[in-house]
Design a protein around this ligand. Sequence first.
Ligand SMILES: C[S@@+](CC[C@H](N)C(=O)[O-])C[C@H]1O[C@@H](n2cnc3c(N)ncnc32)[C@H](O)[C@@H]1O
Length: 246
Amino acid sequence: MSCSTEAHEPAPRPAAAATCSAPVVSNQPDTHEALLEVVDKHARSHYSRPVSAHQRACFARLDQRVREHGGPVILDSGCGVGESTVAIADCFPDHLVIGIDKSATRIDQALKRAPTSRAMIARGDCIDIWRLAAAAHWPVTHHYLLYPNPWPKAKHLKRRWHGHPVFPALIRLGGRLELRTNWLIYAREFELAVSRFDLATTPAATLAPGTALTPFERKYRASGHPLYRLTCDLPAATRTLTGDRG
Ligand SMILES: C[S@@+](CC[C@H](N)C(=O)[O-])C[C@H]1O[C@@H](n2cnc3c(N)ncnc32)[C@H](O)[C@@H]1O
């Protein structure tokens, strides 16, 4: 299992039984033809979807904890059952690690995983929490996006993180972003989307064999899927769109 950089190798955790999973099937042969247009449009506009009182309350609890901690923060967005959140906290003893997922069922399981004082689990919607956290300038040093839902149908481009209007907020959060996916087109689109902010990712590379960091990683490995990983160092205040400087 590798949390990210080569320097951090947490002890393997007991593996839950892995079920099989079908490979991603898409009607897209390659990156989406409208990708750059969509990313640029989102980069130029202000995403104004109102944040619900529930999400604000969730953020306020997290924000209080971030302030109490007073040190570096790691996000595990779409943390599922929180296995990665706890493993990442083991890797980074000085950081507060926040796992966020919108699924009540998965968060219930994550909470049973006995979060430590530095691994906090929250049921929240990244679409709201990211915007609030970016505005609050959380000191995010690492951000994990581990196997986000691929939304492989072409018509669902805007549901993928890089095609969603919240993507500029994800960029503004900063930190070393790590994406893992079992769909190469998702990784390639992500690379292209990041490039529109004058930033570069590492090229999407095949994830080396090793102990799984998450249940989905375990399931995909057991099913023989190739897995892809890319990283990107995001400066905290990057807002410039390629070709859009005043
Ligand atoms: C494919 S699962 C991967 C879970 C985990 N990272 C893993 O690898 O085992 C994707 C997760 O993202 C969560 N998710 C999707 N959209 C979300 C959102 N807007 N906010 C928070 N979580 C979200 C889902 O609930 C789900 O648990």
